[in-house]
Structure formats: structure tokens, C-alpha cells
Design a protein around this ligand. Structure first.
Ligand SMILES: N=CN[C@@H](CCC(=O)O)C(=O)O
Ligand SMILES: [Zn+2]
Length: 392
């Protein structure tokens, strides 16, 4: 087994919770990596010898971002829909059908190379773990195919057959639900860790509380863990349903009642509120008050929701900057939500923190401090650190 020492770290942000701000910063630090995991970290002056050395030249290093919500398996383009939205057309989920049509007609290789390009784009901006959902196939074969392709890039794959009711089932929602919870789930489950549902009573395209509960319970029966798209288009049942069913995450949380916040605070050990500020940006929606959620004791995460409709951005630094500017988080709170918070939403303790034994997923900033992620918004300062081949 070989080892690598990473030196020249001006600020090592461990996100281990050991300092009052949670960031656990070590100045002038080094990290030793063995077999892809953190074997030692601390002041550079105490660092042990290693087989290889990577000098990051006085930069800040933090755990790779964990993007716990994305829809990367799609073809086609909806730039026109975005332009119309900026001119006042509201988002209601209806455009998903456009992406479904384009995705169904794409070949496997076309979809695979689109996903590869998007994952590479994420890594170039500091993301080292990504969750990828299906949801633009909506037939048994197309959903299974999306999950097989997603699984080539991540173990965090999510079956989202209940994204919308596809056009061909518009007159018979019950029949589509039977398909999703029957043959489609059976074909998807071997390739999925998670099941998700777009629970939104304000969209005829999405699923009611009752329908969403049916989908989630079927998924759990098939051995999948639960996630929910909830409270995106208005106040709704998604958050309460996610808490009741002990889902790992309820995502969006754009519109929350006091009762929703109380429920999330009571479920902070189980259910994370994943905030997706790129969606509020790209749909001209109000931003939820993330600072108030933290004060109430809610566990929060940040993710991109990279998708062709509500947020075609793969950038976690962009999300962090929005969370600081528009949602009231401090730069430290935003970094924690994008790393250890998102890891918690995936029920993972081996990522999102730099501690002994954790995965050596390191992100480097062309900056002396994590504050620059929001201070230098829009500047490409973050990238995942490539290690010598035998450490990956
Ligand atoms: N709201 C549901 N699903 C996606 C958007 C999908 C689309 O519009 O293509 C979301 O998370 O916002
Ligand atoms: Zn989504």
C-alpha cells in the first residue's frame, strides 16, 4: 500500500465539529492518505513521511462537496422555458415532459456521455460525491436504463419514476401509479439505493400526499430508502410525509409553515431539509430562511438539483454563494451544509468530513479561506484534488 502526503495547506477545513463554528480548521496543515482514506492529519510540521507528496501551494483544502440531489440523466434543452420564466411564466413541472421525450429517444451512449460530462463539470467545481436520480424515462425500460447509467458514476442512485404522470397516462393516474409501484419499481430496485417522489398538490403533473405515500411505502417494501421532493411550489404535505415516514431527506422546502419547521426540528436526527437555492434562483421563487431553520434545530443540507428545468447548474460553489447571500447562512454554515450536512442526508459518515478513516475526497480552493467561496462568487476557485493513481 502506498501513501501520499498533501502539504502546503494554508487552511485545512475538516468539518469535524471540533471548533465552535463547526469547521474544525487547522492552519498550516498536512493530510496523509493511504488507500484512498485519511490516515493522518494535523500541523504540517508534525507530518509523517509518505511515498508521494502533493503540494497545494498555500491554498485552502476542505472535504469534497456532497451534491445530494441531482437529475443528471437527461437529453435535450429547455433554455426557452427558462427564458419564458424570466419573462413571467411560472414553473409548474409541465416542462418535464419535454425532457422525457428527448431522453427516451437518446441512445445509451448519448446519455452516458451527457452524464459523464456533467459529473466531470461537477468535479471541476469541487464535488466528489453526487446523488443521481432517474425520472426522465418514465417507462419500465427507460427508468431502468437511466439507473444503470447513473450507477456507472455513483452508488447514490435514486428511482424517481414518480416524477410526473407522463403524457400517455394523463387520463389514468391510477394506472401509472400501478406501473410505478409494480413493474417499474421491480426493474429499478436492483439499480437503486433510494426512492423519491415529487409530492406537490399544486401541480397536476406531480403527486398528491396519498399517491406519494403509496409510492414511498412500495419503495420501502422493495428495500429502498426514502427521499421526497416537497414544498417546492407552495405549502404542502411533503415535509410532514417525509418526517412521518422517516425519509432521509425532504428536498426544496421553499414554502414551510411553522408546523413544518417544528416537525423537521423534531426529526433532526432522521430527516434532513435539503435546500436547493439554485432552484429559487432559476424559477424566481422566494428563498427559504435557512438561518431560521438552523436556529430552530433543523438539520440542513445544500445541493444543486442540477436538472434541465428548474436549475441547470452543476455548481456547488454557486449554491453556497446563494445560500450566504439569499438564505442568511454564514460562509461557515453554508460550507457545513454542502459537505457534512449533505452527507447526513445520504446517511453517510465516510464523506463530507476530513477525519481519520474518512474517504480522502479533498477539494482545493485557489484562495486562502473558505470565505472566498461566497466572497468570490462566480469565480472558479474550487476543484477536486486529483491524487496519484494508486491512491484513488
Ligand atoms: N420538481 C421536480 N423535479 C425537478 C425539476 C425537473 C424539471 O423541471 O425537469 C426539481 O427538483 O426541481
Ligand atoms: Zn429535484
Amino acid at each position: 500500500m502506498s501513501s501520499t502526503v498533501v502539504t502546503g495547506i494554508a487552511e485545512l477545513i475538516t468539518c469535524d465539529g471540533s471548533t465552535p463554528d463547526g469547521l474544525g480548521i487547522v492552519a498550516d496543515a498536512a493530510v496523509v492518505i493511504e488507500d484512498g482514506h485519511v490516515a493522518w492529519l494535523g500541523p504540517a510540521s508534525d507530518a509523517p513521511m509518505a511515498d508521494h507528496q502533493v503540494d497545494v501551494g498555500g491554498r485552502a483544502v476542505l472535504p469534497g462537496f456532497v451534491d445530494s440531489h441531482s437529475h443528471l440523466v437527461f437529453a435535450g434543452d429547455r433554455g426557452d422555458e427558462f427564458a419564458a420564466r424570466m419573462a413571467g411564466t411560472p414553473y409548474d413541472g409541465g416542462g418535464i415532459g419535454v425532457s422525457v421525450d428527448a431522453t427516451r429517444t437518446a441512445t445509451d451512449d448519448e446519455l452516458r456521455s451527457l452524464v459523464a460530462a456533467r459529473v466531470a463539470e461537477m468535479r471541476a467545481q469541487g464535488t466528489t460525491t453526487v446523488e443521481i436520480k432517474s425520472g426522465y424515462g418514465l417507462t419500465v425500460e427507460d427508468e431502468a436504463r437511466a439507473l444503470v447509467i447513473a450507477g456507472e458514476f455513483t452508488s447514490e442512485t435514486t428511482f424517481l419514476g414518480a416524477h410526473v404522470v407522463p403524457r400517455e397516462y394523463a387520463g389514468d393516474r391510477a394506472a401509472y401509479l400501478e406501473l410505478v409501484t409494480g413493474p417499474m419499481l421491480a426493474a429499478a430496485a436492483p439499480h437503486s439505493r433510494w426512492i423519491d417522489v415529487f409530492c406537490e398538490p399544486y401541480s397536476t403533473h406531480a403527486f398528491t400526499e396519498h399517491e406519494a405515500r403509496t409510492v414511498l411505502l412500495a419503495g420501502r417494501e422493495a428495500g429502498l430508502e426514502l427521499r421526497v421532493h416537497g414544498n417546492q411550489l407552495g405549502h404542502g404535505p411533503g415535509v410532514q410525509l417525509a418526517v412521518e415516514l422517516e425519509a432521509a431527506s425532504v428536498d426544496h422546502c421553499t414554502y414551510l409553515s411553522d408546523a413544518d419547521v417544528d416537525a423537521l426540528a423534531g426529526a433532526a436526527d432522521t430527516t434532513v431539509a435539503t435546500l436547493l437555492p439554485g432552484v429559487e434562483f432559476s424559477t424566481r421563487s422566494p428563498y427559504p430562511d435557512a438561518a431560521a431553520l438552523l436556529r430552530a434545530g433543523v438539520s440542513i443540507a445544500l445541493a444543486t438539483d442540477c436538472n434541465p428545468g428548474t436549475c441547470y447548474s452543476s455548481s456547488m460553489p454557486f449554491v453556497i454563494a446563494l445560500a450566504v447571500r439569499e438564505m442568511g447562512l454564514t460562509p461557515a454554515e453554508a460550507v457545513l451544509a454542502a459537505t457534512v450536512g449533505s452527507a447526513k442526508s445520504l446517511r453517510r459518515s465516510d464523506i463530507g468530513r476530513l477525519v481519520l478513516g474518512a474517504r480522502a475526497d479533498l477539494t482545493v480552493l485557489d484562495a486562502p479561506s473558505h470565505v472566498h467561496l461566497s466572497y468570490r462568487a462566480g469565480v472558479p476557485i474550487a476543484r477536486a484534488l486529483d491524487l496519484p493513481v494508486d491512491e484513488v
